[in-house]
Design a protein around this ligand. Sequence first.
Ligand code: FMN
Ligand code: SF4
Length: 427
Amino acid sequence: MTHSASQAPPHGALHRLLGHPTDLAGHIETHGPLQVASRGEASWRAALMTSLEASGLAGRGGGGFPSSIKLGVVGAAGAGGTIVINGMESEPASDKDKLLLLRAPHLVLDGAQYLAAVCRASRIVMCIPAGRDTVAVAVRHAITERRTARYARVAEEMVRPPDGFVSGEESALVNFIERGLSLPVFRPDKGSPLRIGRRAALVHNTETLAHIALIARHGHEPFRARGMAEEPGTCLVTIGGAVARPGVVEVDRGVPLCDIVALGTPVDSPQAYLVGGYGGTWVAPPHFATPYASMSLRTIGATAGVGVIVVLGPAACGVAESARITRYLAGQSAGQCGPCVYGLPAVADDLALLARGSADGGLMARLHRRLGEIRGRGACRHPDGAVNLVASALNVFAADVDAHLAGTPCARSHAPTSLRFPQAVAI
Ligand SMILES: Cc1cc2nc3c(=O)[nH]c(=O)nc-3n(C[C@H](O)[C@H](O)[C@H](O)COP(=O)(O)O)c2cc1C
Ligand code: SF4
């Protein structure tokens, strides 16, 4: 199910991602041809850079980093680089990128073309996980349409990294494109660009690129007219869990969490929201009206993360659900860094004991110590997400944790999960 938080305006009059034509003919009819200047036109490139900076667009892949800064770093690294479209959507609770690629693939590919023109890249690579064939077929069809119509300025191709939670991490994608290895790479200097060979690579989330395509064509004002002054624009959010109408919505940045959840029609009074995906943060009812924006979420210890809100219904157990998610995340380690490889399964084991009401006297001290030891110690931020999730669970479900510690977990801990897991997860 897909529904939009706003009524359909004429294209271009209002910045929005959903509701664009899927085929190339419709795309061109709506937006006109790709308005990319020849590679030599420095003034055109500078104007687009300025527009992106003025838009205030931040990446929608989880990190929320300003797009104009990333573009500036890669642009300064010289011509001949690669634009990587991160279509991996490795977060199990998220559907927004799949939806965009199925409904508006040309918008996403156009975003990459505009960036390629600005930083004089010579290659665009779309990453779709192996096994996600419906999306891959749609993307391949779009790339073929563009090639046949001689629409694409820079060559577009698709690669299929393995499907896994960590495969969508940007250094893992670059590693896969260069060496066929889907493994994150330790980068001491995060300020320097990723590289494929000796050339720079710019990795962007699918949704971020669709925003860039609209900003490049229509300017930054329509984008800034949505959302908040300090965090402008719309964003896609996947609503799941205990709701009658799960799906993807497009909302202005800054809309209260509970208003977004209302679009999915909760089946009962929610017990908590999981904001930002499986590496995100549990949010308790007193904070349900928090604006969906990084600064506001930070004040309650949360981040927007990936555009996901999972609703925990009153019949579920937050401790048991957190134990399931942690077990899943522990199984997704890329197997390179000790704190992630050994630490996450140990945390998952302790949470499973807690969920079953079988905790020993030292469990909580051990759990807190391990969380502290794991945080910030991986080559990628995968373990940090898991640590955040567990820390927020211990806080938001503190009363349940006490009952579980006393060996008296309630019947809710046996309730079937309403979360999504690609593989069976036992606790
Ligand atoms: C474990 C892990 C998994 C990730 N998976 C994805 C993913 O599936 N899709 C995505 O766009 N970003 C993912 N990211 C974030 C990317 O590393 C990167 O920050 C993002 O693609 C940058 O795009 P943006 O600037 O448009 O947000 C992941 C990060 C981590 C640490
Ligand atoms: S932190 Fe974990 S997932 Fe990330 S590179 Fe190291 S072992 Fe792999």
